[in-house]
Write a protein that binds this ligand. Structure first.
Ligand SMILES: *[C@@H]1O[C@H](CO)[C@@H](O)[C@H](O)[C@H]1NC(C)=O
Ligand SMILES: *[C@@H]1O[C@H](CO)[C@@H](O)[C@H](O)[C@H]1NC(C)=O
Ligand SMILES: *[C@@H]1O[C@H](CO)[C@@H](O)[C@H](O)[C@H]1NC(C)=O
Ligand SMILES: *[C@@H]1O[C@H](CO)[C@@H](O)[C@H](O)[C@H]1NC(C)=O
Ligand SMILES: *[C@@H]1O[C@H](CO)[C@@H](O)[C@H](O)[C@H]1NC(C)=O
Ligand SMILES: *[C@@H]1O[C@H](CO)[C@@H](O)[C@H](O)[C@H]1NC(C)=O
Ligand SMILES: *[C@@H]1O[C@H](CO)[C@@H](O)[C@H](O)[C@H]1NC(C)=O
Ligand SMILES: *[C@@H]1O[C@H](CO)[C@@H](O)[C@H](O)[C@H]1NC(C)=O
Ligand SMILES: *[C@@H]1O[C@H](CO)[C@@H](O)[C@H](O)[C@H]1NC(C)=O
Ligand SMILES: *[C@@H]1O[C@H](CO)[C@@H](O)[C@H](O)[C@H]1NC(C)=O
Length: 881
């Protein structure tokens, strides 16, 4: 009975099923292809970070919609041929796919594909399979930014119908293989667009090209040899980008240009720019650089090419020019008037040259990016610059401008996002505060290091980053500044601001950096930091603040840097700050803090602390042994950290002043592995706890000017990173432990004015210390004080192979890296973020990487901020097509 009842239902089901199928027959994609696609989908997980690109923002992963209840021809990203229902197009750009792309992938069953876009996913260092060569109908292939690695298979040259080939890499992970470029170009006779970037091609530019070629982009691909002039004869070429190929010789002038030519966009930055036959030095005089008939050129990039002298005047014929970059050369003289006369100029980047004199009025009404940073230009700012409603970025930083500024000058710049006037001699004419409706798109305002006087101007309400440090501002900080709801960075340091700190600072919803150091602020700190506030760095150093450390800082869970040094704060040690999970730097030096420092052994306090300076206060009692035990971050040298990280981000790098080697020293950036304990000039007594030897990554230890007694612990010899050790002016006795001689980085040592006895250890760094390091001890003997320990080998540690100069070398290279990385900022996400993660595993020479990143970052950052405008920037080294 039961079986009979079920039968009709089953029949009905089959019937409906078939009906369902036949009703959509016209668009039905072959079942095997649907299965192949589903199998392909299964190979990957969906991870938003796999498509962490600006262009992918807001796009949902396409494969999510793929399921069997829908015909595969209507799946997201899948397109079928009308008649045959073959899958001919697969567009999985920005699909958040993550996982290995295997050679046996089912995708290779889609043999009729004409268009395949897999860009901006994360295929986790997979190789590009030779099977890609089997897509014989393919006309479009894009594998950019998808973390493919290894050699591009030569089978790609089989794709003889290909019109576009795009593979942008991140770094050295991808290679084409020597001499493969020629083969590729020989076979791909239909090619219109060839875009391969940031990969090892290591070849000369091949002799033969498809004459259809419209776009040739090969930046950062280790091309060498001479750029054949033939390239400039390609009749359809519109874009040529060979930048960052430092071994590719491009000889100028380029004169034999076919006047029917269509080239609009030329990027030759960072190539080996040579001139024939004149030597570089006197080249740019009468000799032409280009053929003056290139009137169609719209974009010219000659950054970083060691150009000297004035701008070659023949460029003046390029009346269509919209974008011109000649930054980071050694060009000098005035900026020629033909540049300001270019009628369509939008983007002008001449930063980092030696231009001098005054700017002329700009003729173009379409300017949106002007970067003249780091030249010797003089006032006035031309009026035409101040009447550009499309202007989004204006930097006149680091020049000799001395105009009298007021905000209304800029009131016509209704689209301005970044205004950088720092490091000039601007003064301030405006007695009134700015009207908030002016400049309401401004988010970056940098007025650092000028001669601005008077009260603090309040920037427009859209502001996010406001820097006005190193000026002559006076008066109170008006509490209206707290109404700036987007303000993230407020840098008012080194002015003469007085009065109290506005309590409302604690309620600002976006504030991450409050830098008020070196002013005349006084009174108690009444700021009440609300729960969940985003404060990351709070610096009040060098004021006259009194009273207690505000307890509400306990609500600033993201706090990384707290510097309250050089004030008159009267409080006990703020052990309660130890619960802040991210606190890395705590500076309380030169205040009236007092009392013993006690902590129980069990609490895990200050887990991230790397720098603690509580010197010159009134602390007393035993050294806080248990506190020292807590400093987890000082206990291990992080071997994995190959790329130096600095505390802060792109918009604000923290800086501090510490005393090192007996001097006050400013760290303009804080390397996050730099660790310091400074407890000097207090009234600590008792022994130096041996647990200090467990803080193996400690770089600087200063316990001087206390009343410490007992011996110097031998465990100090295990603090292998130690560079500066000051134990002077205590009551320490016994001998200097020989273990200290094994500290090969130790560049400064002072144990003077104690009660030490015995022989000074010899060897290694001890050969370099002067007698001042040891003076004022009753019975110390040996080099450099006396000779009577000499030759007896007492305390002699076998000479290591490390030369004594290593310390300096180390410091130097550290410093160098810090300069290279100055722009890096690890908070900047996006491409940079991604490439850093990626590159960390693959790069051999981080310094090269930093150069590259620094080059990009300038644009990336701003691009991220102002997407729409930035899309037009598509220029220079950053090309995400
Ligand atoms: C299949 O995809 C379609 C279209 O995206 C959707 O409406 C439907 O709910 C999906 N069905 C299943 C079983 O996931
Ligand atoms: C593809 O190859 C991998 C190993 O290379 C293997 O684990 C997997 O089972 C293969 N898949 C198919 C469908 O053959
Ligand atoms: C490349 O093309 C040749 C000839 O057309 C063919 O024999 C070869 O199998 C192709 N290679 C691939 C990987 O498809
Ligand atoms: C070049 O293309 C031809 C067919 O057009 C093919 O036979 C040959 O194998 C290709 N060469 C390479 C290296 O792929
Ligand atoms: C370029 O290719 C054409 C045919 O496509 C050929 O006639 C010519 O000799 C080639 N030139 C060079 C320099 O290889
Ligand atoms: C730059 O080009 C010149 C002349 O062609 C050559 O002598 C020199 O070696 C090249 N430099 C590099 C780094 O390739
Ligand atoms: C520029 O074009 C003009 C007219 O077409 C021509 O006479 C002149 O020779 C060209 N100059 C060069 C350097 O090719
Ligand atoms: C430009 O620099 C060159 C040296 O590179 C120098 O000889 C010349 O005097 C400079 N010109 C000006 C205007 O400064
Ligand atoms: C700190 O404040 C207390 C009262 O709160 C006062 O007695 C003491 O003198 C102050 N210490 C200093 C150094 O000013
Ligand atoms: C210090 O390190 C030693 C060896 O690593 C360990 O045995 C000891 O427990 C540590 N002491 C403290 C207080 O962490």
């Amino acid at each position: 009975m039961e079986n009979i009842e079920k039968l009709p239902l089953f029949v009905l089901y089959v019937f409906l099923f078939q009906l369902g199928f036949s009703s959509c027959l016209p668009h039905l994609c072959p079942k095997d292809l649907a299965l192949a696609l589903l199998e392909f989908k299964k190979m990957f997980v969906i991870n938003p970070f796999a498509s962490n690109f600006e262009e992918c923002e807001g796009l949902s992963p396409k494969t999510l919609s793929w399921n069997t209840s829908v015909d595969c021809c209507s799946w997201d990203g899948v397109h079928c041929e009308e008649t045959t229902s073959e899958v001919i197009e697969l567009d999985l750009r920005c699909s958040q796919l993550q996982g290995k792309f295997l050679s046996n992938s089912s995708i290779f069953q889609l043999s009729a594909l004409k268009r395949l876009d897999l860009s901006m996913n994360d295929f986790s260092d997979s190789n590009i399979s030779p099977n890609f060569g089997g897509f014989s109908s393919l006309t479009y292939l894009d594998l950019s930014y998808s973390t493919f690695t290894g050699q591009i298979p030569s089978e790609i040259s089989n794709l003889s119908k290909l019109r576009s080939l795009r593979i942008y890499g991140y770094s050295t992970g991808l290679t084409l293989g020597p001499h493969k470029l020629g083969q590729l170009l020989k076979n791909l006779t239909e090619l219109r667009e060839l875009e391969l970037s940031n990969m090892g091609i290591s070849s000369t530019i091949p002799p033969n090209f498809s004459s259809y070629l419209t776009t040739l982009r090969l930046p950062g691909t280790q091309l060498y040899g001479i750029l054949p002039e033939r390239v400039f004869h390609l009749p359809n070429l519109r874009l040529l980008d060979l930048s960052r190929n430092s071994q590719l010789s491009v000889s100028f002038p380029i004169t034999k240009w076919n006047s029917s030519a269509s080239l609009k966009d030329l990027s030759l930055n960072g190539v080996n720019f040579t001139t024939v036959p004149e030597p570089m030095s006197n080249f740019f005089g009468p000799v032409r650089l280009f053929n003056e008939n290139w009137t169609q050129l719209e974009s010219l990039n000659l950054q970083s090419n060691f150009l000297t002298g004035p701008i070659p005047s023949d460029v003046s014929g390029f009346q269509s020019l919209q974008r011109l970059s000649m930054s980071s050369n050694s060009l000098n003289g005035t900026i020629p008037s033909w540049i300001s006369s270019l009628p369509s100029l939008k983007y002008l980047d001449l930063r980092n040259n030696s231009f001098s004199g005054q700017l002329e009025e700009f003729k173009s009404k379409e300017l949106f990016w002007i970067d003249l940073n780091k030249n010797y230009l003089q006032s006035p700012i031309p009026n035409s610059l101040l009447n550009q409603e499309n202007l989004m970025f204006l930097s006149l930083s680091s020049n000799n401008f001395s105009d009298n500024l007021n905000f209304s000058m800029f009131s016509n710049l209704s689209g301005l996002g970044t205004l950088n006037l720092s490091y000039n001699s601007f003064s301030w004419a405006d007695k009134d505060q700015v009207k908030s409706n002016l400049l309401n798109s401004l988010y970056d305002l940098d007025l650092r290091s000028n001669l601005l006087q008077g009260s603090l101007p309040i920037p427009p309400s859209s502001i996010e980053n406001f820097y006005i440090s190193h000026n002559k501002l006076s008066g109170h900080i008006p509490s209206t500044i707290c109404k700036l709801e987007f303000l993230r960075v407020l840098d008012l340091a080194s002015n003469s601001l007085k009065g109290a700190i506005p309590p409302c600072f604690g309620n600002m919803s976006a504030i991450e950096v409050l830098d008020l150091r070196y002013n005349n602020l006084s009174g108690t700190i009444q700021t009440n930091f609300s729960v969940g506030n985003p404060l990351r760095s709070f610096n009040l150093r060098g004021n006259q603040l009194e009273g207690k450390i505000p307890r509400s800082l306990i609500n600033s869970k993201r706090l990384e840097v707290l510097d309250l040094g050089n004030n008159e704060l009267n409080d006990t040690f703020p052990m309660w700050l130890g619960t802040l999970p991210n606190l890395m730097v705590l500076i309380l030096r030169s205040n009236k803090l007092h009392g013993p420092i006690r902590t129980s052994k069990t609490k895990r306090l200050f887990p991230q602390l790397r720098i603690i300076d509580i010197s010159s206060n009134g602390f007393y009692g035993d050294l806080p042994t248990h506190l020292l035990e807590n400093f987890q971050a000082m206990k291990k040298v992080d071997e994995d950290m190959k790329i130096p990280m600095y505390i802060g981000d792109y918009y604000y790098k923290d800086s501090i002043t510490i005393s090192s080697k007996g001097m006050s020293m400013e760290l303009v950036r804080i390397f996050s592995m730099y660790t310091v304990i400074d407890l000097s000039s207090n009234r600590f007594e008792g022994y130096i706890p041996s647990v200090i030897g467990n803080l193996t990554s400690l770089v600087l230890l200063n316990l001087s000017h206390n009343s410490l007694e007992g011996h110097i612990p031998t465990s100090l010899g295990s603090v292998s990173a130690l560079q500066s050790l000051d134990l002077s002016f205590n009551k320490l006795g016994g001998e200097i432990p020989v273990q200290l001689a094994s500290l090969t980085f130790l560049g400064f040592l002072s144990v003077s004015h104690n009660h030490l006895v015995g022989c000074i250890p010899s060897g290694n760094q001890f050969a370099t210390f002067q007698s001042g390091s040891f003076e004022g001890n009753d019975e110390l003997r040996g080099f450099p004080i006396s000779k009577d320990c000499g030759g007896r080998g007492h305390g002699h540690v076998p000479q290591s192979t490390t030369p004594s100069a290593l310390d300096d070398q180390e410091e130097d290279s550290g410093f160098e890296i810090s300069w290279e990385a100055v722009l890096m900022g690890y908070g900047c996400g996006l491409i940079i973020g991604i490439s850093i993660i990626y590159i960390m595993s693959s790069i051999r020479k981080p310094i090269q990487l930093f150069r590259m990143i620094a080059e990009w970052e300038h644009k990336v950052i701003t691009m991220r901020k102002k997407k729409k405008v930035a899309r037009q920037v598509r220029y220079s080294t950053l090309t995400l097509h």
